[in-house]
Design a binder for this molecule. Sequence first.
Ligand code: AMP
Ligand code: MG
Length: 376
Amino acid sequence: MTGAGRFALALGFALALAGAALALRPPPASQRETFYLFGTLVEVEIRGMGEGPARAALARVAAHLQALHRDWHAWRPGALSRLNAAIAAGEPQAVSAELAQVLREGRALSCASGGLFEPAIGAAVAAWGFHADTPPDGAPPGAQEIEALLAGHPRIADLMIEPGETGKAGERGEAGVVRSTNRAVRLDLGAYAKGAALDLAMADLRAAGVEHAVLNAGGGVQVMGGHGARPWRVALRDPFQWGVVAALTLAPGEALHSSGNYERYFEAGGVRFSHILDPRTARPVQGIVSVSVLAETGVLADAASTALTVAGREHWPEVAAAMGVRAVLMITDTGEMLASPEMAARLEPPAGGFPAPLTVVALPPAPQPAPACAPP
Ligand code: AMP
Ligand code: MG
């Protein structure tokens, strides 16, 4: 894929920084596993734990992430494609506790974003050719096809999620039965599945007694504890050229997710089409190269990074506030770097300084009361 992962979080750089400071001491125990999931390389590193328990925890996380990858896949056969087929047929569908929960979270986040994060627009994502492992090479969809997609008004708020039969053995939470009042809904969890999956993986690690770990999945990183005696540090790659735009230190439990058109796109007639669509137009967003969001959970950081890309240069501050996000960095296609005050305070420039001056943009207070739009 062209430009794949160009702005992924440069964790290697981060570990190099921390490692230099530790060079004179024996390295603390560290176990790592890398696998290919969610269209990207996923790296899990555990520190400060014996090899046996750390290997067992890594195996458990790997198996869980593989199951989520299969169950939540937007276009391969699995639990989500069965649900999409049932929705198209106007039928109810039983889902696992984890799928029910991620759909509830998606519904609440979509509501908070004012519909800019909209996981029900899978039909539009497919029409633009992004339901494939390789970048699309056909022509963009025509105006009529786009009108038809918009006329369906698919919204995740159209879902009704009721308690279902008993959940799978060992699964947390309650299984559900999902119905949609709108047959045009096609669920595509691509904008927040990685963040939600990393939250679940973190919970697995905690349950296994892990205290220090990092999960890094092309564009998303989440940490627990620290890197030896120091905190985890990560770097954000420059989306325009080889290098780094900034580094930052992550506090235990924090998640940083980046979204943008550097990752998946195609070019037709000299125009670059991003894989992030504006649900109001069913067309790719333009003008934003990347948005990085730091939050307390992966699901929020990941959903918000996509929503703020759609919100664009003018409207991201109010959408961030509405979603309850305070630390944001946006890079526009002209190379402008816009940061919320909370993010600006966390960003450290690389040796040569930031590649562009950091413009600090204040966020409005979170709206009170929070917007309410979804049924239970
Ligand atoms: P991300 O890289 O996290 O921004 O996720 C982008 C992916 O989410 C795309 O590849 C689509 O599968 C899906 N998607 C595109 N636009 C949207 C949107 N506005 N809301 C929710 N999901 C979207
Ligand atoms: Mg996202």
